[in-house]
Write a protein that binds this ligand. Structure first.
Ligand SMILES: O=P(O)(O)OC[C@H]1O[C@](O)(CO)[C@@H](O)[C@@H]1O
Length: 264
């Protein structure tokens, strides 16, 4: 395979980010890093993988679908795998009760939307798939991997009074005022390989040990623990590569990794 296969990283400072990151990451002095992006590239240009580190709540937000995104842009479906959670850490997905657009607008304006969302207590190994249109907010005290469509369209409904831009009309045009489907939540214990997500926009496999998942084409490879070897070159935990196939990839016997592939 032609080098370089490692995707370049981008550290994104966020008001809700952390000034101390777990190894192998490190925040530059004085910066609160919320996200480490792996810049998408061929042959997997449609997927964006990130690590997220939170010390405060993210905005209450929603993303559009492919059909709802501005012309020429992708929508944003996303999946989270929780790597670490402080005791009591939680994240919000969907609403406790169905809610219409006007009530959602009023709740976003007065901040009560935060209490109308369903806050899920989380722990290491929890997995959530978020279809476009799902209203959500990630809480503090979390480290997670996010695999998402390669899109940076976030419509904020509420930001706890922080001085960041809101996008209420755009958000209300795509937001589903519905409870979260519990079938979209899972849990892994990192002891065995398994498929975490089977579509509709991408697949994600957790690989524990050396056996390769059934992923026939281009994919992202993200070692979480231990190294993977790609055509003889080592890929460390905390790195991510885009490969044309898994044929040249060797997973570590005692490691675990994520493999993500675009669908459609
Ligand atoms: O608007 P905020 O709070 O910075 O959150 C944006 C972030 O939230 C996420 O959509 C995760 O929910 C990230 O992909 C995105 O960068």
């Amino acid at each position: 395979m032609s080098a370089p296969f490692r995707l370049p990283t981008r550290e994104v400072a966020k008001v809700w980010g952390c000034d101390a990151l777990p190894a192998p990451f490190a925040a530059p002095a004085g910066e609160r890093i919320g996200e480490i992006w792996f810049e998408p590239a061929l042959p997997v240009a449609g997927l964006l993988a990130k690590y997220l580190f939170t010390s405060e709540k993210l905005s209450v937000q929603v993303h559009p679908s492919d059909a709802q995104a501005p012309a020429g842009m992708r929508g944003k479906e996303e999946c989270w795998l929780v790597l670490d959670a402080e005791p009591g850490a939680s994240l919000a997905i969907g609403f406790d009760q169905p809610i219409g657009p006007e009530a959602m607008r009023a709740a976003a304006l007065d901040g009560s939307i935060e209490q109308l969302l369903t806050w899920h207590k989380v722990q290491r190994g929890d997995v959530f798939y978020l279809p476009a249109g799902t209203v959500h907010a990630i809480g503090p005290g979390l480290a997670l991997v996010e695999i998402q469509q390669n899109s940076d369209i976030t419509y904020r409904l509420y930001d706890y009074g922080r001085p960041r831009e809101l996008h209420l009309d755009a958000a209300l045009a795509v937001a589903q005022g519905a409870p979260y489907d519990p079938a979209l939540r899972g849990h892994v214990d990192f002891t065995r390989s398994q498929r975490l997500v089977s579509g509709p926009k991408f697949t994600i496999d957790l690989v524990v040990g050396t056996a390769k998942p059934d992923v026939p084409g281009p994919c992202l490879v993200m070692p979480l623990e231990g190294k993977a070897t790609i055509d003889g070159s080592e890929l460390e935990a905390g790195e991510c590569a885009a490969v044309a196939s898994l044929s040249g990839v060797q997973f570590a016997p005692a490691g675990c990794a994520l493999v993500a592939a675009e669908l459609g």
